[in-house]
Design a protein around this ligand. Structure first.
Ligand SMILES: C[S@@+](CC[C@H](N)C(=O)[O-])C[C@H]1O[C@@H](n2cnc3c(N)ncnc32)[C@H](O)[C@@H]1O
Length: 433
């Protein structure tokens, strides 16, 4: 299992694909092994910078000078020693050394892995490896295992205490949330009978938080009683709530979360799903079939959407940096850069500009991202408004019920930051006049 984890860690750090795609489960795999693999890989990705700090201190050399074949076994070993209680030290050390050998490290390097991990095992608590860096922001970035440029930009826009809360939230394990397609209270009782304990979500009107049990393994999942979706993602989709009979274009729809959340409100709406990725639309179709919510699907570039003035609401869940989802997708934090924010902002603006013509006069254009960066949200919308005088920002307060009304963050803007419960999302609601 640890050898598989080391391989996955290498592959994820060399790739831009989601970590999940490297953690696919083999048929018949024991659920405990599956959970351990995910814990090792996602935990090591989350704490990568802190792990490297410890490795450098224990090895007395920078990680760049360590044989790459030894680095993943070392990182996984340190993660188990300092962040997991139930793994005996000898198991963490011996497995890492054995794995380094299997990966072709020569004897000297395997001995080095052994020596470093024994040093860490001797002081088996994170406090034994203090970050003695003078610059407080650089120190915070290492302590909370985030890229330093990101911590600097968040402190500049959010202030220190909100940034600290955000960093801590990004390092927690998120609970699983379900979007109920059945009546929530009925589903809570049904899942309880199937060994899954849930509570109502504090944020999403039709959301449940799984407190205990394997929701995916239940008959309720198979018969399509719920969709697995973060509470903030569910909530963002219904800002503002749809009216009965609305014709909706979900213009970046796959794998379907925003459409499912919109159709679960009880207002009978008609959704057309569009996405440019055929592969992701395949997943959307599978989800639609399980949930019994088949809608028309179009494969196209949203910027060149083949419709004119036909929708009451156009939802654009834009491709983005995902800075609101760093707890769930820890690999993303090591792939971010200012240039990446700029590239994504341009792509988002291009999509929104192309979609304006699909909104009927008086209808809504809703821009959603799971990013909390101004470049990908506020600045894109400001640029769009400057070039499209027929668009205006919508006053949201009156149309939202508690607790959603508590997250209005300005004219036409709704935002939740990541917490230990949910991801971060930003929504801008515009009306075509
Ligand atoms: C954030 S994901 C959408 C998630 C989805 N709305 C949900 O809630 O499950 C962004 C989607 O945008 C799609 N996409 C990216 N650029 C696009 C474009 N120019 N036109 C249409 N779809 C695009 C991607 O294929 C991806 O499926």
């Amino acid at each position: 299992m640890r050898a598989r984890a080391a391989r996955a860690l290498d592959e994820i750090l060399d790739s831009r694909a989601p970590a999940d795609s490297f953690l696919a489960t083999a048929a018949g795999e024991d659920p405990r092994d599956r959970r351990f693999l995910r814990e090792l890989v996602l935990g090591s990705l989350r704490w990568l910078r802190r792990l490297d700090w410890v490795i450098e201190a224990a090895a007395r050399r920078p990680v760049e000078e360590i044989d790459r074949k030894a680095l993943s076994p070392l990182r996984l070993g340190v993660y188990q020693l300092l962040f997991l209680d139930r793994v005996p030290s000898h198991a963490a050390v011996d497995e890492a050394v054995a794995d380094a050998r299997r990966r072709g490290c020569h004897r000297g390097t395997a001995g080095f892995v052994n020596a470093v991990l024994r040093r860490v095992a001797a002081g088996r608590q994170i406090e034994a490896w203090p970050v003695d860096v003078e610059d407080p922001i650089a120190r915070l970035a290492i302590e909370e295992s985030h890229p330093e440029f990101l911590v600097r930009r968040w402190i500049a826009c959010l202030g220190e205490s909100r940034t600290r809360a955000l960093l801590a939230a990004n390092n927690t394990r998120r609970p699983l949330h379900l979007l109920c397609l059945d009546e929530p209270e009925v589903l809570i009782r049904e899942l309880a009978e199937e060994g899954v304990r849930c509570e109502r979500s504090e944020l999403a009107p039709r959301g449940l938080k799984v407190v205990e049990g394997e929701a995916r393994a239940t008959p309720a999942f198979r018969r399509g009683a719920f969709y697995i979706q973060d509470a903030a993602s569910q909530a963002a989709a219904v800002i503002p709530p749809p009216d009965r009979g609305e014709r909706v274009l979900d213009s970046a729809a796959a794998p379907g979360g925003k459409s499912f959340s919109l159709t679960s409100t009880g207002a009978t709406i008609r959704v057309t799903a569009l996405d440019r990725s055929l592969r992701r639309l395949g997943r959307l179709r599978e989800n639609q079939s399980r949930l019994g919510r088949i809608t028309p699907i179009t494969v196209a570039d949203a910027a060149l959407a083949p419709f004119a003035e036909s929708f009451d609401r156009v939802v654009a869940d834009l491709p983005c940096s995902g800075t609101g989802t760093l707890a769930r997708h820890p690999e993303l934090r090591w792939r971010l850069s200012d240039a990446e924010f700029e590239r994504l902002a341009k792509a988002g603006l291009r999509m929104l500009a192309g979609l304006v013509e699909c909104v009927r006069p008086g209808g809504l254009l809703i821009a959603i991202t799971c990013s909390i960066e101004a470049e990908e949200n506020d600045e894109v919308v400001a640029e769009l408004l400057a070039s499209r005088p027929r668009l205006t920002l919508v006053t949201l307060e009156k149309s939202l019920l508690p607790p959603l009304d508590g997250h209005v963050a300005g004219l036409g803007k709704w935002q939740v930051l990541p917490t230990s419960e949910n991801d971060g999302f930003t929504v801008h609601a515009l009306r075509r006049t």
